[in-house]
Design a protein around this ligand. Structure first.
Ligand code: MSP
Length: 646
């Protein structure tokens, strides 16, 4: 399979920031994931360098447009390696090949009658670099830029976009994956339910010269979008290049919601007019805010990628951005949130698992991965293999669907399971009894093999950490050559492999770490009341994810084989089964009719063969002899079953 993944080409009127970094990290991660899946991948990013905004920015800096675009484009191309982003191509709209091809396309579309000359009056937004329709204005202003558009009447060239409207509606309807997530597909279809206007594609040279001249009228240059969107084709050598033939059908664009219309409406109709096949998919994500506030220069809260990497390290930054944002929805960045994820997910869960496992292999097996003793395999081992296989399947599905947070959640479930596996198997106890060496070796092998697979699936997200993990695990494979279908199979770790403890992957970060990005330090102080301490405390957001409900006990019975567990049938308000470890403190009879409090959105778990759909809350105390007592949490007055506890 081939994959061609692109980011927007960024305007050079601003320096790279968190928003650009996110989109580009997403594309890089997807590119690496597709390689891991075995695809032949091409990944392209670049800069958009023509237009009024750029000329103004250059003037403000006292530079010529040429000097200015070279300098800022340079900061984009040097920022990507800092984030371990490795594009195969970096395109600039001032590249002569690009400019030439744009002119060729314009000429062809003009010759076939799809570009015409006309007078137009409209509301032009400089920020968007396009005319806004009456309907798009909110109180006469551009909703994105909060500025009043300029009323412009001028003669210009127009692309007959309206001609392709019906085709586009059909194409989107017939290809549910063409625009995802679904909310953006719906947004586009709703916009298309009204007649489309034709697209203004030129600027008179009397107003703007920093653009590509129209080949059929030198008094005009192209208007940004007709120039910029074509980068996706020129970057792969359209029309005759080998890469065009190879990659175009596999084109997937990643953008944020701000440029949905140009990508979901202008671009498909343009390529249709050119007689080129539609791109394969458009992936649209939401916006990063900073401490719940829109990121903007005037507020002074713009986050720079270099500052993030300096403060937290590249792997933490990449992991955080992908794990924290549900692709498609907006997210809020804060120093607290990134430190919290670093300390819990990376230092505690992954880092500890890694260092404990390798330390034990060092201590109990001289640093050599032992072989499994088949006679010592347990049900728990089998379940672990099944869980790892299920994780790979879910991870692959999620990554392919741009649901990175889900893919990572799946990986972290296995990490949690492995940490529990260490506790239940207590290798340190096995090591103290020579008769248990077969079991010890089996447990150590299972840990080493699980780490090998984790290294594989984490590589697209955290390539640098994965390199260190691979090195410590003695994985001699060429990192870029691993293929999930082959190398993700259980059993790939060769017994006899020499491992070493490796570096500490993710040291815990101090909550008030020095050198955190300045902008975010400033905001932290302002938001003191809503932000929380990191030392074991959670955010409102995190707490909001726990759904507590009042539940009425409809029935209760003992679970045979267990002296601790009761099976409760609860109304909350729908009926559900919950297993509770309260048999020693309550008889089934006294529970019926009681209103207890449950965690209602817990993943179902099997206990003694019964699936429990939630957890009952109880207070716990120990008397002076160490005996435990549980008292169920309940409500102080009658209230309907199913009421939310907040
Ligand atoms: N030059 C055009 C795109 C032309 S593509 C043919 C442009 N450039 S831009 O510099 O404004 O970049 C916009 C893109 O930057 C967004 O679509 C998104 O990918 C990224 N982001 C900019 N700010 C962002 C956030 N605050 N949050 C998330 N991504 C954002 O539009």
């Amino acid at each position: 399979m081939t994959t061609y993944i692109t980011t927007p080409i960024y305007y050079v009127n601003a320096m790279p920031h968190l928003g650009h970094a996110y989109t580009t990290i997403v594309a890089d991660t997807y590119s690496r994931f597709c390689k891991l899946r075995g695809d032949d991948v091409r990944f392209q990013t670049g800069t958009d360098e023509h237009g009024e905004k750029i000329v103004q920015a250059a003037e403000a800096q006292g530079e010529s447009p040429r000097q200015y675009v070279d300098r800022i484009s340079g900061t984009f191309s040097t920022t990507w390696p800092v984030l371990s982003v490795e594009p195969d191509n970096f395109i600039r709209t001032t590249d002569p090949e690009h400019m030439q091809t744009v002119q060729d396309i314009l000429q062809r579309v003009y010759d076939q009658g799809d570009i015409y000359f006309s007078e137009y009056s409209g509301h032009y937004c400089k920020g968007c670099e396009r005319f806004l329709t009456e309907k798009e204005l909110v109180d006469g202003k551009c909703p994105d830029h909060q500025t009043t558009p300029e009323e412009i009447t001028e003669q210009n060239y127009f692309f007959r976009m309206s001609k392709y409207q019906d085709w586009l509606i059909d194409h989107i309807k017939n290809n549910p994956e063409y625009i995802t997530p679904e909310r953006y597909r719906n947004e586009v279809l709703s916009f298309l339910s009204e007649p489309l206007e034709d697209l203004c594609i030129s600027r008179p040279t009397s107003r703007l010269t920093w653009g590509i001249p129209l080949p059929f009228d030198e008094k005009f240059v192209t208007y940004v979008w007709f120039d910029a969107l074509i980068n996706y084709l020129t970057g792969i050598g359209y029309p005759d290049g080998e890469n065009f033939a190879k990659y175009w059908a596999a084109a997937e664009h990643v953008i944020a919601k701000d440029i949905l219309k140009p990508h979901a409406i202008y671009w498909p109709t343009m390529i249709q007019a050119m007689g080129v096949a539609p791109y394969k998919r458009l992936h649209v994500h939401g916006y990063w805010n900073v401490d719940e506030t829109k990121m903007s220069k005037s507020i002074g809260n713009v986050i720079r990628p270099q500052d993030l990497v300096d403060a937290y390290g590249v792997d933490t930054v990449r992991y955080f951005l992908l794990r924290e944002m549900s692709f498609g929805l907006d997210s809020s960045f804060s120093g607290e949130a990134i430190v919290a994820r670093r300390n819990s997910d990376l230092a505690n869960d992954l880092g500890n698992l890694f260092s404990r496992s390798l330390t034990m292999i060092g201590k109990y097996a001289k640093g050599i991965v032992p072989a499994v003793d088949e006679a010592e395999l347990t049900e728990e081992d089998q379940e672990l293999i099944v869980a790892v296989e299920a994780m790979i399947a879910l991870y692959s599905r999620s990554m392919a669907a741009f649901e990175f947070h889900k893919g990572l959640q799946a990986v972290w479930e296995v990490i949690g399971r492995l940490n529990r596996y260490i506790v239940t198997n207590a290798p340190w106890e096995l090591a103290s009894d020579p008769a248990k060496s077969g079991r010890l070796n089996t447990v150590l092998y299972f840990l080493a093999e699980s780490l090998r697979i984790l290294t594989l699936v984490l590589r697209p997200v955290m390539p640098d950490a994965a390199d260190k993990m691979a090195e410590a695990l003695g994985m001699d494979q060429d990192a870029g050559a691993a293929v999930l279908a082959r190398d993700g199979k259980w059993g790939g770790m060769r017994p006899g492999t020499k491992v070493n403890k490796g570096p500490q992957l993710f040291p815990r970060l101090d909550k008030k770490k020095k050198g955190q990005p300045r902008a975010q330090q400033k905001k932290t102080q302002k938001h003191k009341t809503t932000d929380v301490d990191l030392e074991g405390l959670i955010t409102f957001d995190q707490f909001g994810k726990v759904e507590l409900r009042v539940a009425e006990v409809v029935a209760a019975e003992k679970i045979t084989k267990s002296d601790k567990l009761l099976k409760l049938t609860l109304k909350a308000p729908e009926e559900r089964t919950v297993v509770a470890g309260i048999a020693k403190f309550y008889s089934p009879g006294e529970l019926v009719g009681m209103k207890v409090i449950i965690v209602a959105n817990l993943k179902p778990a099997k206990l003694m063969g019964v699936t429990s759909q939630g957890m009952v809350l109880a207070a716990k105390e120990k008397d002076s002899d160490g005996n435990e007592r549980l008292v169920l949490s309940t409500v102080s007055a009658d209230i309907a079953a199913g009421s939310r506890v907040a």
